[in-house]
Design a protein around this ligand. Sequence first.
Ligand code: FES
Length: 167
Amino acid sequence: MKQDSTETRRVIGDILALHAHNGLLGQDLLLPVLHAIQDRLGFIPPDAVEGLAQSFNLSRAEVHGVITFYHYYKTTPPARCTVQVCRAEACQSMGGDALLSHVQQALGCDLHAHTADGGFALEPVYCLGQCATAPAIMINDAVHARVTPQRFDRLVAKLSTKAEEVA
Ligand code: FES
């Protein structure tokens, strides 16, 4: 999600105003505000840290420390597609390791990372409820079962085609 910086400032300003009580923001509201920002923008823009620190009467280092302490918070824009590969037992016993290796090679990135163009993020997941039809992956909100390396390549090719049509 590409955000214009003026729009980003407006979104964060609205979130701060929504959480303030009588114009004041207690430090206990930092986490709810960060959650709200991530929900709206998909990440916490690094250039928002200074403004947040001022709003909460904290140092930049304190706000940065909170953001980096929780893995939930992202500091880079979300990838267009998130690929989650199941790493739980049933999928591992049905070729999940080989599938993960293929996915990493095909995308050119490791787990917990983005592709260089920001198009794909690769994350592990621990059971998608498809154990009987393992190995399973999820691409954005769609679960795919019995995924072979060839099927993965076809799914990614389809996504790439759709992205080109939209662009
Ligand atoms: S173990 Fe992978 S879907 Fe259940």
